[in-house]
Design a protein around this ligand. Structure first.
Ligand SMILES: Cc1cc2nc3c(=O)[nH]c(=O)nc-3n(C[C@H](O)[C@H](O)[C@H](O)COP(=O)(O)OP(=O)(O)OC[C@H]3O[C@@H](n4cnc5c(N)ncnc54)[C@H](O)[C@@H]3O)c2cc1C
Length: 707
């Protein structure tokens, strides 16, 4: 309790004279003896815990002193800036200039929905930021807008995604010229707010199980849309409850036949169905819509449930890029089978995953910034008769937040890479890159959104009681982001797609086929990594070796290769008795670990490449340190796997642990600069405890409650 009264409140290590004595922050100027003494208290790299020789210990700490990285925030942040930071600034500036469009902390569901609509219409019509144009011309710019509006209100980002990625994207990508000509302008300028109606009450992930039907009526040249039973009610459909005028409805296309069955099922297709009158906004005949109600988060989005009763639409409303019906009821398609058409249809929707992976990391940047800035400001306890220390100087706190900061950096480069690959794929349409982007977007969406969801809880907890105040944002970030793990493909289901892809590559390898670009390493790894671990290198424990990108990447790839090889063998064994489906289920956890391991490798590879290409020396050193933390932390988390196969000998495992904690400690020393380099202005961060000017944090917070 005493510490509470001693706490100077708004003082920070930077501006508090007393705290200039803080042992950790003054490492560079403190005499060696003192460092040694204090390091036992605070430094994870304490010789009490680890049996490094005194000389080694001294060298490392001296190195840390000598290498105290001077991070120039401007240089680092200009390297980090995506190509389209300018448009993000336009978004930020627009909302800064329109404070009445800021979402208040307390707002009813209905008001939130209306505000969200006003935000979107304002952005498009007043700020003249036209997301749909960029969906077509420069998807990377569209993704940048989506990330930026997410920091204003995540409901707005999702409403924007429903309008432009889902409803607009289905018209563009599944339709043909006639659809683009007719709907483009209305979608672009928000005169045609629309929905993407795929999910049904009984089927979400299993899209092939959808039951809504669209039966062709040759007499009137129309399709008749029907919900055959309650299980087929379209559920969770964004923009449906209040604002939508149209929906792209996924339904089984039924063609009349002359046999006893009467109809032939051509598989799932998408159809444009008007749902509300363009002028009066009244529901159209045969369309019944109910509100899905209050949600855990994202209450600015009006999700609804739709039932169709013999709703007639012109034949032209079939989005006919992959399959068409002629006036006389004949079906034509350039693709030979229902499953190929289904694959092509869903393949066109990967943009939604790209945007979620990218925006999820945007959320993580905001949360990590708030938590780290606050942890640098907050002081609790300290050595006897000495000033209190900042909570980020506790080893446990570093352990919670520094690997997370490293992951945020790692995801930044990986998701930018995904955006580039997506844009390239859109340009070339090349088959290899389509497969590549499909697996990469599934894997990164699943991995990044799951990681962010867990981290949001950690950030809240790391800020103690003040993290629980709604004004400090963790509650809304956590609630709004949580569903990122589920929509646009449930994460567990998506990781299985990555595993399927890897197994396909593995099979091809043994048939001598070629491997896709991103997964190229498996080609080598099959030969290099699956031989017995080298008993000499498995004992190497020097810092240079452990920080060598080659060692780190090899370790990641080795793990993936082993998981791949072993799960392939297990699948083969079990399928003899359990069949394909049963064998898959028997090995499911193994398969998910494989997919995650693979994605971690891809992320590391991108991070190493980013370090290599960073032109500014100080920024490069900082990034290298952060990259080392990402790599070593992941290796340490899975050390059991490496030990089990003697890839890492006991002495090396110990050295990895020590170095991980030490690097964590070093990253702590540049944590402020690292979060500042995300370049998120205070009016974007908004949480009083996470503001850039630490002196203002407590005062803004006290003002907020009325002092
Ligand atoms: C807020 C919100 C907005 C949405 N917006 C839209 C929209 O605009 N349009 C639209 O069409 N849909 C929308 N959806 C629906 C969303 O896309 C689905 O919820 C999602 O695809 C998951 O499907 P599901 O809910 O049926 O989950 P399920 O598939 O039933 O999954 C339930 C659980 O089972 C597990 N599971 C399922 N299959 C497997 C498997 N093969 N192996 C292992 N585990 C499995 C999952 O991991 C999950 O934990 C929205 C949903 C929400 C909540």
């Amino acid at each position: 309790m005493a510490s509470r009264t001693q706490n100077p409140g708004i003082q920070t290590p930077e501006n508090d004279q007393e705290n200039q004595q803080n042992p950790v922050t003054t490492l560079a100027t403190t005499p060696w003896r003192r460092i040694e003494r204090l390091s036992l208290h605070l430094n994870p790299f304490s010789s009490n815990h680890y049996d490094l020789s005194h000389q080694q210990m001294k060298m490392l700490i001296c190195a840390a002193r000598a290498k105290k990285i001077e991070v120039k925030v401007v240089e680092l942040s200009s390297f980090m800036r995506g190509k389209h930071r300018d448009i993000q600034e336009q978004v930020f500036d627009y909302f800064k200039s329109r404070p009445e469009l800021q979402t208040p902390l307390e707002i009813s569901k209905d008001e939130h929905r209306e505000l969200c609509m006003r935000q979107l219409v304002g952005l498009v019509r007043e700020a003249n930021i036209r997301p749909f144009k960029y969906v077509v011309e420069d998807p990377a710019k569209y993704f940048a807008i989506a990330e930026a509006v997410g920091s204003v209100d995540m409901s707005l980002a999702i409403k924007l995604g429903v309008q432009y990625s889902l409803w607009g994207g289905s018209v563009l990508n599944l339709g043909t010229k006639k659809h683009r000509d007719k709907y483009f302008d209305g979608i672009d300028n928000m005169e045609y707010p629309g929905c993407f109606a795929m999910t049904e009450l009984h089927h979400g992930s299993n899209v092939q199980g959808l039951q809504t039907v669209a039966t062709f009526d040759p007499l009137t040249d129309e399709f008749i849309i029907n919900t055959p039973n309650d299980g087929a009610i379209k559920w969770w459909i964004g923009n449906a409850a209040v604002h939508g005028k149209f929906a792209s409805v996924f339904a089984r296309l039924m063609l009349p036949t002359h046999d006893t069955k009467g109809v032939s099922d051509m598989g799932v297709h998408a159809f444009i169905v008007p749902i509300r009158d363009l002028r009066t906004h009244k529901l159209l005949p045969g369309v019944e819509i109910h509100d899905c109600g209050h949600k855990v988060g994202l209450n600015g989005v009006d999700n609804g449930a739709l039932r169709f009763r013999s709703v007639r639409i012109p034949r032209d409303n079939l989005l006919n890029r992959f399959g068409d019906v002629s006036r006389d009821g004949k079906y034509t398609s350039s693709l030979p089978s229902i499953s190929k058409r289904f694959g092509a249809t869903l393949g066109e929707l990967v943009g939604g995953r790209v945007v979620l992976a990218y925006s999820s990391n945007g959320v993580l940047k905001i949360a990590a910034t708030i938590a780290i800035r606050y942890s640098l400001l907050r002081q609790q306890f300290g050595p006897p008769k000495q000033p209190e220390i900042t909570i980020l100087d506790y080893q446990s706190h570093q352990h919670k937040l520094m690997p997370m900061l490293a992951s945020t950096y790692a995801f930044h480069f990986a998701t930018l890479h995904l955006v580039d690959k997506y844009c390239e794929m859109k340009k070339t349409g090349d088959e290899e890159s389509v497969g590549d982007v499909h697996a990469l977007s599934a894997g990164l969406k699943a991995y990044v959104t799951s990681y962010t969801a867990k981290s949001l809880n950690i950030c809240r907890e790391a800020c103690g009681g003040h993290g629980y105040a709604a004004v400090n944002r963790f509650g809304s970030l956590r609630n709004d982001h949580d569903i990122f793990q589920t929509f646009e493909g449930d994460n567990t289901v998506l990781l299985q797609q990555v595993a399927i892809d890897l197994l396909k590559q593995y099979k091809e390898k043994f048939r001598g086929g070629s491997l896709a670009v991103t997964w190229n390493y498996l080609k080598e790894s099959m030969n290099t990594y699956l031989s017995q671990p080298n008993p000499v290198t498995s004992r190497w424990e020097g810092e240079d070796h452990l920080r060598d990108p080659k060692f780190q990447l090899d370790a990641f790839r080795y793990r993936t290769s082993r998981l791949l090889q072993s799960v392939a063998a297990r699948l083969q064994k079990h399928s003899k008795t359990l069949g394909g489906f049963g064998a898959w289920n028997r090995c499911l956890n193994h398969l998910l670990t494989l997919a995650e391991s693979h994605i971690e490798s891809v992320i590391l590879e991108r991070f190493i490449e980013a370090v290599r290409s960073c032109p500014d020396e100080g920024s490069r050193s900082a990034l290298k340190l952060v990259c080392d933390l990402y790599a070593l932390d992941r290796i340490w988390n899975d050390i059991g796997t490496y030990r089990n196969v003697d890839y890492v000998a006991p002495n090396k495992a110990k050295a990895i642990h020590k170095l991980t904690e030490y690097v964590c400690f070093q990253v702590r020393n540049i944590a402020r600069e690292l979060v500042d380099a995300f370049d998120l202005p205070d009016y974007v961060i908004r949480a009083p405890i996470g503001l850039q000017t630490p002196g203002e944090a407590y005062s803004q917070y006290t003002q907020h409650v009325g002092f």
